[in-house]
Design a protein around this ligand. Structure first.
Ligand code: 4UU
Length: 517
C-alpha cells in the first residue's frame, strides 16, 4: 500500500526551546505597559509587566505549597484575566493544570480531579459550593478562590509569594496541561500536552493568522477548552494582542465590547456565527473594527459563513482542531479563504486521508479518515496506554476519527465523523458517559446515545432505550436523571424507545445503524 502524504503548503517554522510561559511572555519587556489581558467589564486588567510579575509571584507561593513537577492543580473558572495568572503560575512552578468546566456539577468535577490526581483546586466565588462538594473523596487538600476567601477556602491574595523563575522541566515530555477529551471512544480522558506541544502550535499558526501590533481580540470562548486556552489566551498573549476576556458569551455584551474596545479579532463557534448572521440587534452596533471572524470546534457551512461575512463586512474563516492536537492542525490563511473548508494543513504538519475500511491512503478530492502528524500531537492520554495506542500509531500519526476531503488547493473539509463524540455548540458530549448514567435507571434495560443534527446547536444527544420488560420509559424520566448528574449541555433532547439496541457480535453498539434510522 502506498502512503499518500498531503503536506502543508506553508513554510516550516522554528519552534523555540522555551516553556509555554516563556513563550507567552516573550515580548513582555518590550510591550511592558501595553494591556495584556483585561475583562470586558473593565473590573480587572494586567499589563504585560503586571502579568509577568503576578505569574512569577504566584508561582513562588505555589512552590511553597508544594507545587512542583508531578503535581496537578485543578482550575475551574470562567474566563477572567486571573485565569492566565493561575495557569502560568502553576506552569512556572513546574506543575500541571487540569482545566475544568466551571458549569460542571460536583460529580463531573470530582471525576476529573480524581482521574487527574489533582491536589489543589482554584475556583471563583460562585463555584465554591460545587468545589467544596467535588473535592470529597479526592486528594485535593485546599480550595483557592480567585477573589475573596469563603469559609473552608483560601483567598488567592494569600497565596502570592516571593517570585521564582521557571522551574526546570523537560520541554518535550513534561505534561504542563491536562484538558479532558473523550477522543474517539469512551469516557473523557486527560490529554497530556507538553510545553513543546503548546509552543509549537502557537508558532505553527503564524503563517495563517497574521496578527499585527495594536490588535484587540474578544476572548469569550472558554479558556478551559483547548480552543480558548491556546488560540485565545496563550496565542493572543504570545502575539502581543490585547485579550478581552468575557466569562460567558452574550451577544449584547460581545457587540458592546466590539464597539467600545474596537475589537479586531472575533473568535467564535458556529452557533455564534449563526447569531451574527441572523440576530436583528447586530445591526445596532458599530462592528467596523473587526478584521476577521474565526470559527472552529464544529463544522461551519459555506452559506452561513458567507451570510455572516456579508453582514459584518469581513471574512468569516474556519480552523480545525482537536484537544489532542494542542489544538490546531488546519487553518485558513488570511486572504485565502474557501468557504466551507477548514483551511490548509498548518506549518510543520502532515495530513493523510485514509479509507477506514481498507486502510488505504486516499488522494486529492477523495474522502477518508483524517490523520495528522506534527509537533502538536499529544504525548498520550493520562494513565491510559490502550486509548493512546488506539489513537496514535507507531509512526506518530494521530487518527482524528473525523472524515475529511482535501481539495486540489490543499483545503480540508470535514464531511463526517467516525468517532462517538457529539458536539453541542462545540462542547464535547461523550455518549459513553451518558450511556453509563442512563443504564443505571431502574426502568432501562439497555441504551445507546448518538448525536442528531440540530439547526442551532449543531448536534444534540438522542437516546435509544430499551425498557425493562413490563415498564414504559419517557423522555422526562431520562432527563430528570441526566440533569441530576450532568451539566446542561449533555442533556438528552430526544428519546426513541426500541425493542433492542443493535450490536455487533463483539457487543459494540452499531451507531451507524442508529444514525441511519
Ligand atoms: C468540523 O473543538 C476542538 C478544537 C477546536 C478548534 C480549535 C482551534 C478549532 C479551530 C482552531 O483553530 O477540540 P475538541 O477536542 O473539543 O473537539 C475536536 C473535534 C474534532 O475531532 C471534530 O470532530 O471537534 C470537531 N471539529 C470540527 N468539525 C473541530 N473543528 C472542526 C471544524 N469542522 N472546523
Amino acid at each position: 500500500m502506498t502512503t499518500i502524504i498531503h503536506p502543508s503548503p506553508l513554510p516550516d517554522v522554528e519552534i523555540p526551546e522555551v516553556t509555554i510561559t516563556q513563550h507567552v511572555l516573550r515580548r513582555a519587556d518590550e510591550l511592558a505597559d501595553r494591556v495584556a489581558i483585561r475583562d470586558a467589564a473593565g473590573t480587572s486588567s494586567y499589563t504585560y509587566t503586571q502579568l509577568s510579575a503576578a505569574i512569577h509571584s504566584l508561582a513562588g507561593g505555589l512552590a511553597e505549597r508544594g507545587v512542583q513537577p508531578g503535581v496537578v492543580v485543578g482550575l475551574m473558572a470562567p474566563n477572567l484575566p486571573e485565569y492566565a495568572v493561575v495557569f502560568h503560575g502553576v506552569a512556572v512552578a513546574g506543575g500541571a493544570v487540569t482545566t475544568i468546566n466551571p458549569t460542571y456539577g460536583p460529580e463531573e468535577v470530582r471525576h476529573q480531579l480524581q482521574d487527574a490526581g489533582a491536589t489543589l483546586l482554584f475556583t471563583v466565588g460562585p463555584f465554591v459550593d460545587t468545589a467544596l462538594s467535588a473535592i470529597e473523596g479526592t486528594d485535593v487538600t485546599e480550595v483557592i478562590v480567585i477573589g475573596d476567601a469563603a469559609p473552608g477556602t483560601t483567598g488567592m491574595a494569600d497565596v502570592f509569594g516571593e517570585p521564582i523563575e521557571q522551574v526546570s522541566v523537560d520541554l518535550a515530555t513534561h505534561t504542563v496541561v491536562l484538558p479532558y477529551s473523550s477522543g474517539t471512544t469512551g469516557l473523557p480522558k486527560g490529554v497530556m500536552l507538553t510545553h513543546r506541544n503548546l509552543v509549537a502550535n502557537i508558532e505553527q499558526c503564524i503563517h495563517a493568522i497574521k496578527y499585527t501590533d495594536d490588535e484587540v481580540a474578544l476572548a469569550a470562548l472558554p479558556f478551559f477548552h483547548i480552543y480558548g486556552m491556546q488560540v485565545l489566551m496563550n496565542g493572543l498573549l504570545a502575539n502581543g494582542v490585547t485579550t478581552v476576556s468575557m466569562p460567558r458569551f452574550d451577544m449584547v455584551e460581545a457587540l458592546t465590547a466590539v464597539q467600545e474596545l474596537k475589537i479586531t479579532r472575533f473568535f467564535a463557534v458556529p452557533p455564534i456565527i449563526l447569531g451574527l448572521a441572523k440576530a436583528p440587534i447586530v445591526g445596532d452596533y458599530d462592528t467596523s473594527s473587526i478584521r476577521q471572524i474565526f470559527s472552529g470546534a464544529a463544522p461551519l457551512g459555506a452559506e452561513l459563513a458567507a451570510e455572516a461575512a456579508a453582514r459584518l463586512g469581513c471574512e468569516v474563516v474556519q480552523g480545525f482542531g482537536m484537544t489532542e492536537l494542542s489544538p490546531v492542525s488546519h487553518c485558513t490563511v488570511e486572504g485565502d479563504y474557501r468557504p466551507g473548508t477548514s483551511g490548509v494543513t498548518v506549518s510543520n504538519t502532515e495530513s493523510r486521508i485514509v479509507d477506514p475500511d481498507t486502510g488505504e491512503d486516499r488522494g486529492v478530492g477523495e474522502r477518508g479518515e483524517l490523520w495528522v502528524r506534527g509537533p502538536q500531537v499529544m504525548t498520550g492520554y493520562l494513565n491510559n496506554p490502550d486509548a493512546t495506542a488506539a489513537t496514535i500509531d507507531d509512526d506518530g500519526w494521530l487518527h482524528t476519527g473525523d472524515v475529511a476531503i482535501i481539495d486540489e488547493f490543499g483545503h480540508m473539509t470535514i464531511v463526517d465523523r467516525l468517532k462517538e463524540l457529539i458536539k453541542f455548540k462545540g462542547f464535547q458530549v461523550a455518549p459513553a458517559e451518558l450511556e453509563a448514567l442512563i443504564i443505571t435507571h431502574p426502568k432501562v434495560a439497555d441504551v445507546a446515545v448518538i448525536g442528531v443534527p440540530d439547526d442551532e446547536a449543531g448536534e444534540v444527544p438522542k437516546a435509544f432505550v430499551s425498557a425493562v420488560p413490563g415498564e414504559t420509559i419517557t423522555l422526562d424520566e431520562i432527563q430528570a436523571l441526566v440533569s441530576e448528574h450532568l451539566v446542561s449541555y449533555k442533556q438528552i433532547q430526544q428519546l426513541e424507545v426500541v425493542e433492542a439496541i443493535p450490536k455487533s457480535a463483539a457487543g459494540k453498539i452499531l451507531r451507524k445503524e442508529l444514525r441511519g434510522r
